[in-house]
Structures are given as structure tokens and as C-alpha cells.
Design a protein around this ligand. Structure first.
Ligand code: SF4
Length: 364
């Protein structure tokens, strides 16, 4: 995709026209939630947040994979790091995510734990081959976007006879979390900007309940300013007309049917399970676990790990921020005890986290 092509989605004049139209048609407050860390960053980076009318309220939802990883899951992988014959493999964004007692993987590494940052789950195959006397444990976090690649890695490991790779599976699925949010009396959401990457895998069908059950609109949206503004204007117009739809505005990337091959691989290896989400708690059927046929790769089985609800990080409001109940600047620790250099919670660690975006773009 050329930059020239992308420029069309950044046309300032067209953006101004859509904003003017939105202002003229707005009839009361519209609280919209985006559910993708990339949208969080795109909205701040493009300056849209400061251009939107005051009545259009932007809420960041549970779309940052690192941020929604539950405290108990973080503590579980931190407990595993440093064990004899264990090499932890992880994407870099988990390295500084804090567990209880100020622990994180970076500190564990400094204390001697064997922790390797990988750029793709497939890198773990090489790591496992190079260390035949050790167990390589990959920390699987994230949504439907990453789960198929990890399932593919496990399939390749089996084909290649690699028996020292394990996956600590904390994957989560997006639509079930949106259902839980909509059913929560504390949240007030008028519409969703749906994630581009997750939707490229799952398609449109799993979101249909948002209009059918809750009478709210939800739009799969690209990451350029015009993509986002167009979807917001549609939400305003549908709400004015008393209508609600689930639709796909990101057709240059996302097919309504999703990616059937990726889904097939994902569900060959994983099956739905209940999962704990930071701030939201247990959501039935919102996680993925390794199927019994693939349990040779299951780190939870290998190490007898059970994930149970535990105390939240003291003082951190990430949970309420992920539900759209609080903004980062309403956390007493924001910009004081908690900064990107010294993060207290995951929303300040991840570049896709709301607190980090608020900090970087100087919003308070
Ligand atoms: Fe948590 Fe820091 Fe965000 Fe407060 S500012 S909610 S402590 S990450």
C-alpha cells in the first residue's frame, strides 16, 4: 500500500467537512469506545481527540493485549521465570509489565532468569532446538490476531518433533468482552469503533449481538483520520434516526467473513474457556485454552498453574480505565508515581496503553 494511497485518508479538508457535519447533526452526547490499542494511538497521534466536538466522548476499551492480561496471569509467568531449566520467551511489550511487589520480567532477567524476547512465535522453534535440555515457555497473550500464529507454531513444532516447547496460554477473545462491558451497569457506551486487526480474522458476524441485543452500533474501522471520522459520523446519524447497525467500513483490509484459514488453525489447537480480564474479572467463554489433543505444549498443565482472581495492583486504576469508567488523568498516580520510565500499571507500559498515550500526547 503506497503512502500516496494512505494520504487520501488523511485529507485535512475532508476531515474538516466531516467534523462540521458531525457538529451540525449532533443531538446530545455520543460516548464511543474503541477496542484496539492501534486505534487508541491513532486517535491521539492524528490530533483527532482534540478536534472532536465536546459531546463526542472518546473511551478507550479493553483493546491493549498487555493491559487486559490479568494480574494473576502476570504473577504466574513471573513465578515461572527463573525456574531451573526454563527459558521464558515473550514479545518485548511484556518485559516491563509489573506484577505484585514491583516484579517484572526485566528485573527477573537481571536477577539471572533466562528470558528471551522474540519477534515472532516461530522464533521459539529455533530457540527450542538450540536448547534441547531446557523447556522453552512462550507467554501467549493477546487476541484473535495473535492466537492463530501461535497455534501455527505449535503445529510446526509437532511436525518437526520439537518436544521442549510449551505455551502459557492467556489468549482472550474480543466479542465476549464487549458483551460483558455492555451488560455492565457502570459503563455507558453508545457505539463501538471495532478493531481492524481482530476483525480481519473473525469477520463481522461475532459482533452482530451489539445491535440485536443492545441496540447500539459498532463499526469495523481503519486507522486513518478519515476512517475514524466517517464511522463516528455514521454512528451520530444512525443514533439520530433511532437505528443501530454492525457494519464494516474497513473493506480494503477486512472481509465480512473474516479469515477462515486462520480461524481453522486457531480452533484446531485452542478451544474457548472462561478467562480473567484485568478490571473486568471472569468472563465466561472469553478465553482460549489448549485442547487436550495438544496438551504436550500446555505450560499450565506442565507446571500445575491455575489462574484465580487475586488482588489488583495497589493504587492502579487500569481496570476502570479499560472499562471506560475512568480516564488516565483521574488516576491519582498518573504523572506522579506512575510514568513511562517508572510504570505502576500495564496501561503505562504498553505503547498501546491509554495511560501511555495520555502521557505522550500530554493530555490531562
Ligand atoms: Fe495504573 Fe499508572 Fe495508569 Fe494509574 S496512571 S491507572 S497507576 S498505569
Amino acid at each position: 500500500m503506497s503512502f500516496e494511497f494512505l494520504d487520501k485518508f488523511r485529507d485535512p479538508e475532508l476531515c474538516r467537512k466531516i467534523l462540521d457535519k458531525m457538529r451540525s447533526e449532533l443531538d446530545g452526547e455520543l460516548r464511543f469506545m474503541e477496542v484496539c490499542g492501534t486505534h487508541t494511538v491513532a486517535i491521539f497521534q492524528s490530533g483527532l481527540r482534540s478536534l472532536l466536538p465536546d459531546e463526542v466522548v472518546h473511551l478507550s476499551g479493553p483493546g491493549c493485549p498487555v493491559c487486559v492480561t490479568h494480574e494473576s496471569e502476570v504473577n504466574a509467568f513471573l513465578d515461572l521465570a527463573g525456574r531451573d531449566r526454563v527459558i521464558m520467551a515473550t514479545f518485548g511489550d511484556l518485559m516491563r509489565v509489573p506484577g505484585h511487589g514491583g516484579r517484572n520480567l526485566k528485573k527477573a532477567q537481571a536477577d539471572g532468569a533466562r528470558v528471551k524476547v522474540v519477534y515472532s512465535p516461530f522464533d521459539t522453534l529455533k530457540l527450542a532446538k538450540e536448547n534441547p535440555d531446557d523447556l522453552v515457555v512462550f507467554i501467549g497473550v493477546g487476541f484473535e490476531t495473535t492466537a492463530p500464529t501461535i497455534a501455527g507454531t505449535m503445529k510446526m513444532a509437532r511436525q518437526q518433533g520439537i518436544d521442549n516447547l510449551r505455551v502459557l496460554c492467556f489468549h482472550k477473545t474480543v466479542p465476549t468482552a464487549l458483551d460483558a462491558l455492555m451488560g455492565d451497569e457502570q459503563t455507558r457506551i453508545d457505539g463501538f469503533i471495532l478493531p481492524g486487526h481482530v476483525s480481519a480474522i473473525i469477520g463481522l458476524e461475532p459482533y452482530k449481538f451489539i445491535a440485536e441485543k443492545y441496540g447500539k452500533s459498532a463499526i469495523v474501522t481503519g486507522f486513518e483520520p478519515l476512517d475514524i471520522l466517517q464511522s463516528l459520523l455514521q454512528m451520530v446519524q444512525w443514533r439520530n434516526a433511532g437505528e443501530a447497525y454492525v457494519t464494516n467500513n474497513y473493506t480494503r483490509i477486512v472481509s465480512d467473513a473474516g479469515n477462515s484459514k486462520a480461524l481453522e488453525v486457531m480452533y484446531e489447537v485452542f478451544e474457548p474457556t472462561d478467562a480473567l480480564w484485568r478490571g473486568i474479572g471472569m468472563i465466561p467463554g472469553s478465553g482460549l485454552e489448549i485442547r487436550p489433543e495438544w496438551e504436550q505444549f500446555d505450560a499450565k498443565k506442565e507446571f500445575g498453574i491455575e489462574i484465580k482472581e487475586g488482588p489488583a495492583l495497589p493504587g492502579c486504576k487500569c481496570g476502570e480505565i479499560l472499562k471506560g469508567i475512568k480516564r488516565p488523568d483521574q488516576c491519582p498516580l498518573f504523572k506522579k508515581a506512575c510514568t513511562p520510565a517508572n510504570p505502576v500499571g500495564p496501561c503505562m507500559v504498553s505503547t498501546e496503553g491509554s495511560c501511555a498515550a495520555y502521557y505522550k500526547y500530554n493530555l490531562d
